[in-house]
Design a binder for this molecule. Sequence first.
Ligand code: NOJ
Ligand code: CA
Length: 521
Amino acid sequence: MAASWLSKAVFYEIYPQSFFDTNADGVGDLPGVTEKLDYVKSLGCNALWLNPCFDSPFKDAGYDVRDYKKVAPRYGTNDDMKALFAAAHKKGIRVLLDLVPGHTSEQHPWFRESGKAEENEFSHRYIWTDNAFARGDGMPFIGGEMPRNGTYIINFFKSQPALNYGYRDIHEPWQKPIDDPACLATREAMKDIMRFWLDMGCDGFRVDMADSLVKNDGNEKLATMEVWKDIAGAIHAEYPEAALVSEWNNPGQALSCGFDMDFYLDWRGNGYSVMFRDYDIPKFGEKIGKNNSYFSLGSDRDVSGFLKDFLPRYEAGKDKGLWCLISGNHDTVRVAPGLDDRERRLAFAFLYTMPGAPFLYYGDEIGMPYRWVPTKEGGYQRTGSRTPMQWDRSENMGFSAADPERLYLPVGPLEGAPTVADQEKDPGSFLNFVREIIALRQSNDDLGNYSPFRVYSAEEGSRLFAYKRGGMLVAVNPSAEELVLELDGDYEILYAIGDSRTENGRLLLGRQSFAVLKPRV
Ligand code: NOJ
Ligand code: CA
């Protein structure tokens, strides 16, 4: 049984270094998150995902952990984390931390030990070949760095050596089966880290690259699933209200091995990306897409590309847990300015009326744009989605009182920049729209996280898309034309964007409109 609070969970993702700086060093911090909890609550969000805030050399913005049990000094202390958990719980907000189980920093003491020539407790905590001139059997590897006579496998960047959970398909003597004592020890080390934070008050974890643990595991990921059944099983037994969400993008797999939630990730050309992310904006000289997202006014897309990708995977996971839609995250290009205000309203109305627990990336609620900025801490093109939260029009847009030179990332020009303060004052702002659509979801169980989804109308070549959530009917028309939908009963319009009306058993959806209908009683 999944944590009971997940049925109503609406998440807000915070990139801690860019959210709010309380000590004027230019970097967002944990006390800054605590200070802004009322803001999070005002959105209607009742759960947080914090990107990694652990001790790290920050070669991948903290996804290279040096000490899993210590808050990075730039964010504060373990006591600050404890205080954040307590303050959040008082306000009814849950907190997920980011667990990186697949790799550590090359500066982690386990790795330093494992690279020694003499055999020791950590010699097999990472995947090492048996010779300094050996290759990685298809996996990226590094040699020549440490006294040990071997090369080691990396999981992502060079700075991120892969932890050893073993191999499923073994063809080299250095590849260990998943039940080798060394691989079991890695699992136990992860459980120990999870217990450490759960005991302090955290409510669960977003799990980085959850599908990457066992190597040579094929597409079925059978051995990786076995590892997760063990880890998640142990944690759920001890902490029944803890929640786990995987970065996996395969709910059929992830939700079968102990995850309560899985993310629908933005992979170029997949269902998510054709809905939200087919943009004509430059990315380091290259263009992202053709400006043909489903929600773009001028697009000729129907939803078939989305449904072909979404439906089989939704069906595979729907009885097991939640497959979650995101507004964006720290790895994707932001949804603005690829979609303008109206297009984004339709996109978010869709997002917040779909099943799964929705995730809002900080700043997306005010339409913070993707901006080109030089790379920081291994961000590269992702850096433009990680800029400081735009609170108001004071210095550094209210993010920090530091000298602008010292900011983690620069804030953009003030002119035309969306800010929380401005949008608070405007009842018609995007911020207030986001509040409204989240409130609509939260006050109608049919629109809730576990409530069933089924396609009602998605004709090929048509820009109209309609779906049922429980007994409710949701319809969207992102085009410039009025479109007509035949109704299967007597409905009234509960919520609408743009012009729509019911007439003689039909729903007339005006240009760029959206409507939620409920049966008339
Ligand atoms: C996925 C994370 O979201 C990303 O930011 C990170 O660089 C990689 N995993 C490696 O941990
Ligand atoms: Ca700070």
